[in-house]
Design a protein around this ligand. Structure first.
Ligand code: CTP
Length: 399
C-alpha cells in the first residue's frame, strides 16, 4: 500500500523523537520514499544523521537553506507528498498549525500541502487535557486533519497518564489505514469493550480488571477500514475514538439494553467486554455501614448473558465472542463458542505474560465454528484487531 508513496515525516522536539527513527524504518521497509523535516528543537533530541541514514535522503532542517531550497524546497516537498506525518507532534506545533502560523520549514510545509496530514501528538497529560490544546485539535480535525491518540503510561516527566507517543507499529497501522483498503465500507459493527460495574451501594461496586484496550482497538481498526462502528463501552480510562459512535454504560444491565437496541442494525457483533456474570441482588440506597459485624454477605443474582441472547436470535449476523481464561483455554473457549452459537471466539490465557487485560499486547487464538484453530504470536492489540477483522470480514456473505 505504501509502495512508491512519498511520505514527509515531520519530527518535533519531544523526548519521543527517537521513536520516529523506528517509524521511519517501518515506512521505508514498506516501500515508501520518506523525506524527514526536523524542527530545530527536534535536533536537540536526535541528530539529523540518524534520519538521513535511515531514509537515504537528506534531512530538511531550515527554511532558507539555499542548497536544499534549490534541490527540493519546502513547496516542492509539500507538493510531492502523499502524506505528511508528524510524529511526535508537540502541543506547540499543533497550536501553530491550528492558528495558521508558518514560521519554520515544517509548519510552512504543513500549510502549503494539499496531501493528507496525520499528527501523532505526544505531550504531558495535563497539556493533552488542556482545553486550549483540545480546541486546537478539534479545529484541525474539523478541517480534515487526522490524529492518532497518544497512549497511556508513564510519561518522561514522571506523570502517569495519557500523552505517550503510541507504539511506532500502531502509528504505522494508522498510516496504512489512511492509504488503505476501505474493505469494510457499508458494514456496521457493534463492538463492546471494558468491564462492567455492579453497584453494591452508592460508593462501592464489583468489577474486573478489563482495560477496554482490545475492544477499542477493534473499534478503531474497523472504523479506519470504512465501517460504521457503534462501541458500547463500560467504564475505562481511554479516549472516545474519533469517528466511532460510543455509548457509555456502567452495569451489565445497561450494556444489555444498549447492545440489544443496536444489534439489529449490525452486520458483525464483537463482544470484547468483560461482562460481570452477577450483580448484587439489592443495592443499598445509602452507603452500607459496617456496624459491629465481622462478616458480611452480599447476595448476587445472575446477569443476562448478552452474547448468548444474541446467539439465540442471530439472523444473518456474524457473532464473535471473547474467552478470557486462566485454565483449560481451548476446551473452555470451544464450549462457549458452541453454547452461545458463535461464528468465532477469541481465546486468551490471561495468566500468560504479554496477554490479557491491561497491556498493549495480546496472545490469542481464534477458534471458528468449523472447528479450525488459528494461533497468533504475541502482537500489539492493534494488530490483533486487524487480523480479527480480516477473519471476521471473510465470514460475511459475499455481495
Ligand atoms: N458475555 C456476555 N454477557 C455476560 C457474560 C459474558 O455477553 N453476562 C460475553 C463476553 O463479552 C465474552 C463472552 O461472553 O465475549 C465470554 O465471557 P466469559 O465471561 O469469559 O464467559 P462466560 O460465558 O461468562 O463463562 P464463565 O464466566 O463461566 O467463564
Amino acid at each position: 500500500m505504501l509502495q512508491g508513496k512519498c511520505v514527509v515525516l515531520g519530527v518535533t522536539g519531544g523526548i519521543a523523537a527517537y521513536k520516529a527513527a523506528e517509524l521511519l524504518r517501518l515506512l521505508v521497509k514498506a516501500g515508501a520514499e520518506v523525506h524527514v523535516i526536523m524542527t530545530s528543537s527536534a535536533q536537540e533530541f536526535v541528530a539529523p544523521l540518524t534520519f538521513q541514514t535511515l531514509s537515504g535522503n537528506p534531512v530538511h532542517t531550515e527554511l532558507f537553506n539555499i542548497i536544499q531550497e534549490q534541490e527540493i524546497g519546502h513547496i516542492s516537498l509539500a507538493d510531492r507528498a502523499d502524506l505528511l506525518l508528524v510524529a511526535p507532534a508537540t502541543a506547540n506545533l499543533i497550536g501553530k498549525v491550528a492558528n495558521g502560523i508558518a514560521d519554520d520549514l515544517l509548519t510552512t510545509t504543513l500549510m502549503a500541502t494539499k496531501a493528507k496530514v496525520l499528527f501523532a501528538p505526544a505531550m504531558n497529560s495535563n497539556m493533552w487535557e488542556n482545553p486550549l490544546y483540545r480546541k486546537n485539535q478539534e479545529t484541525l480535525e474539523a478541517h480534515g486533519y487526522h490524529f492518532i491518540a497518544p497512549a497511556y503510561g508513564e510519561l518522561a516527566c514522571g506523570w502517569q497518564g495519557q500523552g505517550k507517543l503510541p507504539d511506532p507499529q500502531d502509528i504505522f497501522l494508522a498510516v496504512q489505514a489512511l492509504f488503505g483498503k476501505q474493505d469494510l465500507a457499508g458494514k456496521t459493527f457493534l463492538v463492546t469493550a471494558g468491564p462492567t460495574r455492579e453497584e453494591i451501594d452508592p460508593v462501592r461496586f464489583l468489577s474486573n480488571y478489563s482495560s477496554g484496550k482490545m475492544g477499542y482497538a477493534i473499534a478503531v481498526a474497523a472504523s479506519n477500514r470504512g465501517a460504521r462502528v457503534v462501541l458500547v463501552s463500560g467504564p475505562v480510562n481511554l479516549p472516545e475514538p474519533h469517528g466511532v459512535e460510543t455509548i457509555q454504560v456502567a452495569s451489565a444491565m445497561e450494556m444489555h439494553q444498549a447492545v440489544m437496541a443496536e444489534a439489529e442494525h449490525a452486520d458483525i457483533i464483537i463482544k470484547a467486554a468483560a461482562v460481570a456474570d452477577f450483580r448484587p441482588t439489592t443495592r443499598g440506597e445509602q452507603k452500607i455501614k459496617k456496624g459491629s459485624s465481622e462478616t458480611m454477605m452480599v447476595e448476587l443474582q445472575r446477569n443476562p448473558d448478552i452474547l448468548a441472547e444474541l446467539g439465540e436470535n442471530k439472523g444473518s449476523r456474524i457473532l464473535i465472542g471473547f474467552a478470557a481464561e486462566t485454565e483449560e483455554l481451548l476446551n473452555n473457549a470451544r464450549e462457549k463458542l458452541t453454547k452461545k452459537n458463535l461464528d468465532m471466539i477469541v481465546a486468551n490465557d490471561v495468566t500468560q505474560e504479554g496477554a490479557g487485560f491491561d497491556g498493549d499486547t495480546n496472545i490469542v487464538r481464534f477458534l471458528s465454528a468449523d472447528g479450525s484453530v488459528e494461533e497468533l504470536p504475541e502482537m500489539s492489540k492493534a494488530r490483533v484487531a486487524e487480523t480479527l477483522l480480516d477473519r471476521a470480514s471473510a465470514l460475511l456473505p459475499k455481495a
